[in-house]
Design a protein around this ligand. Sequence first.
Ligand code: FAD
Ligand code: NAD
Length: 402
Amino acid sequence: MSKPKIVILGAGYGGLVTAIRLQKKMRRNEMDVTLVNKHDYHFITTHLHMPAAGTDHHDNARVTISDLIDERKIRFVKSTVREILPSDKKIVLEDATLDYDYLVVGLGSETETFGIPGMHEYAMSIKSINSVRFIRQHIEYMFAKSKVAPKRKDYLTFVVGGAGFTGTEFVGELADRIPVLCKTYDVDPVDVRIYNVEASSSALPPGLPVDLVEYGMEVMRRKGVQYKLSTAIKECTSEGVILSNGEFIRAGTVVWSGGIRGNSLLQEAGFEVQRGRVKVDSCLRSYQFPEIFITGDCSIVTSPEGTPYPANAQIAVQQGYNAARNLIQTVRGKEMKPFVYDFKGTVATLGRGEAVGLLKVKKVKGRLALFIKKMIDARYLYLIGGIPLVWKKMVWKQRSTT
Ligand code: FAD
Ligand code: NAD
């Protein structure tokens, strides 16, 4: 009898963990597993705000996939998925077509611009290694450019759209990077402006207690960040942003962190989606195509009360565990185990030496919160690459940011 073919799309948090768990738990010759990813590396999305601002090297936020998987057990294909054909159980890659019996979709998210004019064209987003290299280079270019056009104060004006976790973490790093760039490019720090524009009445996500939000915003203000709250960006142009109050901020750099949506390949494949994401059953399968498991930012999992959980790495990793276990159960003809999200907490960094968060219900802030964040990072690295990876990425890491 031929072995069941399992194809995993995307080597992000959900897809990679599914592959690693299958590799560990499946029996020899039990299934034929293929992992597809557009790069030959896994990127640690949760670190990307640092290389984007230039406070860390982008190589510290990526790991070569062949260092993480055993290619005698899992076939790795470096390619871009062009199309998912669920009715034919086929995947069209840029250079080949794959068949599957079971599919795991972990293709992550895309930037949600809510149709704001000019946002796609003129703003940058923190999405990948390529995008953060670009943001970092652009910031430095603006500093260099400001010295040959001293009247153009807008070259040193930075607008970050959205003050959720991504916007906040990036702004914290950017504010820390400014003094270094001012020194390098002989710029007076008073000429630099950082605006964080947020449509709701406060920064940081609504689930965080008010005192932690106030603490976080105070840390940012001390670093020189100027908030524009209860103010939405209405349009982005090549010159800056137009706000809901009619104000125009002329800026050489606009970074958009106003939200995410699921990978558009799902909608194009005929899945029913909400903001590009697919609502999955209790075992993470599509209701329309039960042989397809969907993990991470592409999926919507609801709490017992019916509210969707936020898209984050924590849930994607836990989904990876569950998808791998249920694939094995399915192949062995056994009953699957429903996915139960174990919310351990959430911590957001606020630049150097500062963070805020919740551990279950316990509030943490300052250096303690930052230490916990580092422990969370270390735990993930240990999970995917053991102690050698923790050592390489957290101790013996690339120091230079160039
Ligand atoms: P991803 O990790 O995004 O992986 C998707 C993979 O699919 C990538 O490898 C990509 O290259 C690949 N791919 C995409 N399209 C294709 C294609 N067409 N063909 C082939 N391959 C493709 N969450 C937390 O819980 N804690 C945090 O501290 C945290 N910090 C964050 C900081 C930042 C700056 C950002 C942007 C996000 C952060 N998040 C955090 C959110 C978290 O990173 C995401 O929820 C998580 O990465 C989702 O995992 P995923 O497996 O769905 O997708
Ligand atoms: P988000 O959707 O959580 O936040 C986007 C923010 O942009 C919101 O506050 C929204 O009000 C604002 N916004 C939307 N439209 C706007 C407009 N026109 N003008 C101004 N502001 C506007 O998106 P995110 O911060 O990218 O986070 C995405 C997911 O990743 C979330 O689930 C988050 O929890 C997760 N994440 C977690 C961490 C962490 O745990 N440390 C870090 C980053 C991201």
